[in-house]
Design a protein around this ligand. Structure first.
Ligand code: GUN
Ligand code: ZN
Length: 434
């Protein structure tokens, strides 16, 4: 059945850095027409309404309708480890994260956390995500099952880590067999996608990294998801472990892990050769500003990545990240850029959190821009969520309102979240969080 949503609508199907002002598709009084979960049309209400006589229209006065946010890097098993004090990456993993991840051997625990996690994504307006599970096959089953039940687009995979700590270790053959089994079981189900997921170069043997490369080559539909160049001590350890590799990117490249389906989290200390190689390969980077600040990892240099033509999206990187909200993440990305004299454009920030993220996940034709034929995942934002926001975000030029929403906004600004044209979360009515 055809359904219409009338609201102010904003979508950025293309990167405004490449496409200029033409990338900004804004309908001050807009109409989104949806049928069977897909977008049929999007445009100005006055121009479009006449084309659909008798259309059932829901009015959303005072709301800004944008594509659902796409989180390109987040760890669901770290949901309850957010805000763990005192350490940088390697110590933080040992002290806080590995103990928490051991609990995901229990599938009941995994199911309970997965259900809360997906509810929290929806509460924050995130409709799709590339997600780390743990080394346990059952942790992926729990997440995929919960995502399938909600109709959410989730990409994940069993973490490969045969050099991991006690209790979180697999073997190359176990990693291969469990990954193959998950790929076979979940292929074509719901909106689920698979990502071959070596945790990072330090937690997999050469034999396991080779298995990861073989899995990626054998399955043209899967992604490759890992971490890269996040922390100085990590990078030094990678250099020591792979003396023959030119750099961190090359350590992965040698195993066939650098390609157009690869998504690397962080990449904040990459050298010029590494950036050029990632651009040439068409790989994506998930930039995670709240995590980089929280762990003291460093700051990404957007201008440098742009100079090389590297593609990137935004990630929360919960639990090193400090907010599930991609609105808040956009605000922190702006501040990270400011530290280097760069002013991230608010339209570009929204692009990175939507169509830009979809693009690095290989989903640019399905989600991220509310183009006709795309899946109707969207968020209704409430610029008046707080008394101060109402003064700053509710009126004025669009660029100013949008920027203020990124600096001031979080889950409170998400009035409702819709998956395939159906309401999945409502701030006043609940839903979503099981
Ligand atoms: N590098 C390897 N594992 C992790 C992780 O769990 N979080 C972050 N931020 N970096 C990592
Ligand atoms: Zn991470």
């Amino acid at each position: 059945m055809l359904r219409g949503h009338r609201a102010e609508i904003l979508s950025l199907p293309q990167d405004p850095r490449e496409a200029g002002a033409g990338a900004i598709e804004h309908h001050a009084d807009g109409l989104l027409v949806v049928e069977d979960g897909l977008v049929v049309a999007r445009g100005d209400y006055a121009a479009l309404a006449g084309r659909f006589p008798g259309l059932a229209i829901t009015e959303h006065p005072g709301r800004l309708l944008v594509p659902g946010f796409i989180d390109t890097h987040i760890h669901y098993p770290q949901t309850d480890s957010i805000a763990s004090h005192g350490l940088q990456l390697l110590g933080w993993l040992e002290e806080h994260i590995f103990p928490a991840e051991r609990g995901f051997a229990d599938s009941g625990h995994a199911r309970a956390v997965a259900a809360f996690f997906l509810g929290e994504l929806l509460r924050n307006g995130t409709t799709s995500a590339l997600v780390y599970a743990t080394v346990h096959e059952a942790s992926v089953e729990a997440l995929f099952g919960a995502a399938e039940a909600r109709g959410m687009r989730v990409v994940s995979g069993k973490v490969l880590m045969d050099l991991g700590p006690e209790g979180l270790r697999d073997t190359p053959e176990q990693g291969r067999a469990e990954s193959e089994a998950l790929i076979a079981r979940w292929r074509g189900r719901g909106r689920i996608g698979y990502a071959v997921t070596p945790r990072f170069a330090l937690t997999s043997s050469d034999a396991q990294l080779a298995v990861a490369g073989e899995l990626v080559a054998a399955h043209p539909e899967v992604l490759m998801h890992t971490h890269i160049s996040e922390n100085r001590a990590e990078i030094a350890a990678v250099r020591a472990r792979f003396p023959a590799a030119r750099d961190y990117v090359d350590a992965y490249d040698r195993f066939g892990l650098v390609g157009p389906r690869s998504v690397f989290a962080h990449g904040i200390h990459l050298g010029d050769r590494e950036c050029a190689r990632l651009a040439e390969a068409g790989s994506g980077i998930a930039l995670c500003p709240t995590s980089n600040l929280f762990l003291g990892s460093g700051v990404f240099d957007l201008a440098r990545l742009d100079g090389h033509g590297v593609r990137f999206g935004l990630g929360s990187d919960i639990g090193a990240g400090t907010s599930f909200s991609l609105l808040a993440t956009m605000g922190e990305a702006y501040k990270v850029c400011q530290l280097q004299g760069q002013a991230l454009d608010p339209f570009r920030a929204l692009y990175l959190a939507t169509a830009g993220g979809a693009r690095i996940l290989g989903l640019g034709d399905r989600i991220g821009a509310l183009l006709p034929g795309q899946e109707a995942d969207f968020v209704l934002l409430d610029p008046c969520a707080t008394p101060l926001a109402a003064r700053r975000c509710a009126s004025g030029p669009l660029a100013e309102r949008l920027f203020a929403m990124q600096i001031m906004g979080d889950d409170r600004m998400v009035a409702s979240t819709w998956l395939m044209g159906e309401k999945a979360w409502d701030r006043d009515g609940g839903g979503g969080a099981a």
